[in-house]
Ligand binder design. Structure first.
Ligand SMILES: Nc1nc2c(c(=O)[nH]1)N[C@H]1C(S)=C(S)[C@@H](COP(=O)(O)O)O[C@H]1N2
Ligand SMILES: [Mo]
Length: 333
C-alpha cells in the first residue's frame, strides 16, 4: 500500500515564502515518523524528509542580534505557552482558538500601507519592511489586562526607524494601526464581539519611543500566525491589547483615533491603557498578575500560577513615565 503524502508535505500550494506554523511543523514530523515506521514510509521518507526539513529550516528562522539593553533576567515563558495561550479574536475568543485556527492566515503576499499625515507615504511589501532596519532580539514582558503575563524574546526593530523614514508632518499627533479583516481567512470575524477591523492607536511620541517594537518574530523564528504574523507591534509598558497583530495599515492622524476595545467597552478600555497596578479594571484587579509558565503549564496555566506584584508601566517606568508627566492616569487610563 502506498499512501501519497499530503499536499502540504509535497510542497504543493505552498509558496516558498509561506510560513509554516509550529503545530503544522510538528504534525508533519509526526507524519514523517509514522511513515518512516511503516512499509510505505521506507520508500518515501528520505525524499519527503529532505523536502520538509529544508523548507522549515530555511523559512522559519529569523536571525537577529540580541540587544543587551532590553535583556530581562526574568525566566522566559516557554515557546509552547507563548504560542498556544493567545488573544487574537479574529480566530476566536478562547485562548486555544488562535493556535487552532490561525493556520488559514496567509502571510504572503502581504503589504503594509504607511499613510496619512506623512511626507513620504508608501505601501511596503512585508519583505522590504522586514529589511528596513537591523533586526534585534529584545526580551520584553507582555501583560494582559486579564491578569496574566509572559516574558518573550521578540524580534524586530524600533517602530521609530520606520516613522523617521516616512517623515510625519507637523500635524500628525497620533498613529493608528489597522489590522487584517478577511472573513475568508479569519473565522472569528463572524462574531460581533469587536468592531472589525481590529484597530489600535498610540500618541506619536509613544509610537516613536525606542521601546515600541515593530515585530516580525519571536524565539528566533518568524511570528507564528497566532502571535500576529507577519507583523505586529509590541508596546511593553501598555496592556497587551495595545499590541496590534497582523497589521495592514499604519496611519498618521491629527486626532486620537477610535480603537476597537475602547469602542466595545469604553468604561473598561481607555485609549492609553498603561499597565498601572493602581487603576483597577472593572472585572480584573491590576495589582497582581500570574506569569504564564510559572507553574507546570497547560491551557489554564494563568489560573494556577502564583501571583506576582504588577509593576507600574509593567516595569518600564524609568524609560516611559516622563511621557505622561502632568497627566492624571486615573482619568487617562
Ligand atoms: N488583531 C488583533 N491584535 C491583537 C488582539 C486581537 O484580538 N486582534 N489581541 C490583543 C491582546 S488582548 C493581547 S493580550 C495580545 C496577545 O498577544 P500574544 O497572543 O502574542 O501573547 O495581542 C493583542 N493584539
Ligand atoms: Mo489582552
Amino acid at each position: 500500500m502506498l499512501i501519497p503524502p499530503p499536499k502540504w508535505l509535497r510542497g504543493e500550494d505552498i509558496a516558498a515564502s509561506d510560513i509554516t506554523p509550529r503545530a503544522l511543523f510538528e504534525s508533519r514530523r509526526r507524519w514523517l515518523a509514522a511513515m518512516a515506521a511503516g512499509a510505505a514510509g521506507s520508500a518515501l521518507a528520505p525524499w519527503a524528509a529532505r523536502q520538509a526539513f529544508a523548507q522549515d529550516a530555511g523559512a522559519r528562522k529569523l536571525a537577529a542580534k540580541p540587544n543587551a539593553a532590553y535583556a530581562l533576567t526574568d525566566k522566559r515563558t516557554p515557546y509552547r505557552e507563548v504560542t498556544t495561550y493567545n488573544n487574537f479574536y479574529e480566530f476566536g475568543t478562547d485562548k486555544a482558538d488562535p493556535a487552532r485556527h490561525a493556520g488559514t492566515l496567509r502571510t504572503r503576499p502581504w503589504q503594509v500601507s504607511v499613510e496619512g499625515l506623512v511626507k513620504r507615504p508608501k505601501v511596503y511589501d512585508i519583505d522590504e519592511l522586514m529589511r528596513l532596519a537591523a533586526l534585534e532580539e529584545r526580551v520584553y514582558r507582555l501583560r494582559c489586562v486579564e491578569g496574566w503575563s509572559m516574558v518573550i524574546p521578540w524580534t524586530g526593530y524600533s517602530l521609530a526607524e520606520l516613522i523617521r523614514r516616512v517623515e510625519p508632518q507637523g500635524s500628525a499627533k497620533f498613529v493608528e494601526f489597522v489590522t487584517l479583516a478577511d472573513k475568508k481567512q479569519m473565522p472569528g470575524l463572524g462574531s460581533p464581539v469587536l468592531d472589525w477591523p481590529y484597530r489600535e492607536g498610540l500618541r506619536l511620541d509613544e509610537a516613536m519611543h525606542p521601546l515600541t517594537l515593530l515585530t516580525f518574530g519571536l524565539y528566533g523564528e518568524v511570528l507564528p500566525n497566532q502571535n500576529g504574523a507577519p507583523v505586529r507591534v509590541v508596546v511593553p509598558w501598555k496592556y497587551g491589547f495595545k499590541s496590534a497583530k497582523s497589521i495592514v495599515a499604519i496611519r498618521f492622524v491629527d486626532k486620537q483615533p477610535a480603537t476597537s476595545w475602547n469602542m466595545a467597552a469604553p468604561q473598561e478600555y481607555g485609549f492609553y491603557s498603561n499597565v498601572n497596578p493602581a487603576v483597577d479594571h472593572p472585572r480584573w484587579s491590576q495589582a497582581t498578575e500570574r506569569r504564564i509558565g510559572d507553574d507546570a503549564g497547560g491551557g489554564f496555566a494563568a489560573l494556577f500560577a502564583p501571583k506576582r506584584k504588577t509593576l507600574p508601566f509593567n516595569g518600564y517606568a524609568e524609560q516611559v513615565a516622563s511621557l505622561y508627566q502632568g497627566m492624571d492616569l486615573r482619568k487617562f487610563y
